[in-house]
Design a binder for this molecule. Structure first.
Ligand SMILES: [Zn+2]
Ligand SMILES: [Zn+2]
Length: 177
């Protein structure tokens, strides 16, 4: 069990699990949002205890970012229809003992810092291919076609082609998460 809140306390949440790891996102959007996002990793769903100042902003064709409209703390990422939210490790009341499990969107990383650990590092296309393989196994082919189309619109033709190629290479492993 872990709890978290924004700076002003207008948004409070809990998760019936204690996350041990974070996935660090180096994408340009997370960088603009908060300098680069450490997402706490867990399977349980987020329970909102208090949410009157919570605002959602649609940041891509598939995802929304949740933040406090009062104090501005970045807090969540979610994709409608998918029960697990990404949760900012910085919004947790305690991050004691948490370690880096992986880095994602490393091809988008800013030049002003360096990696100092051996955690696995994935490009945006590698990460997207992994996520889509898992979601396609769960939600089916139509979901996948739609997701690839949105990826093409948002990240461009080259990115979507790379994702498709990587997913082809991973076929048979689509349940790996
Ligand atoms: Zn707040
Ligand atoms: Zn990101």
């Amino acid at each position: 069990m872990v709890s978290g809140k924004c700076l002003c306390g207008g948004v409070r949440f809990s998760v019936a699990e204690t996350p041990k790891t974070v996935g660090l996102c180096h994408c340009g959007m997370c960088r603009k949002w908060c300098g680069g996002m450490p997402f706490a990793e867990f399977e349980a769903e987020v329970v909102l205890e208090k949410s009157e100042t919570l605002r959602w902003w649609k940041s891509s064709p598939w995802g929304e970012r949740g933040f406090c409209g009062e104090c501005g703390t970045p807090m969540f990422w979610r994709a409608p229809g998918i029960p697990q939210w990404g949760v900012s490790a910085g919004a947790l009341d305690s991050a004691a003992g948490m370690e880096i499990a992986k880095h994602i969107f490393i091809d988008d990383k800013a030049d002003f810092y360096n990696f100092a650990d051996d955690a696995p590092k994935k490009t945006g296309a590698e990460h997207t291919a992994e996520i889509l393989s898992r979601l396609a196994a769960q939600f089916g082919e139509e979901f996948l076609r739609d997701a690839l189309q949105k990826s093409r619109e948002f990240h461009g033709e080259q990115f979507a082609a790379e994702v498709k190629k990587l997913m082809g290479n991973n076929s048979g492993n689509s349940n790996n998460a």
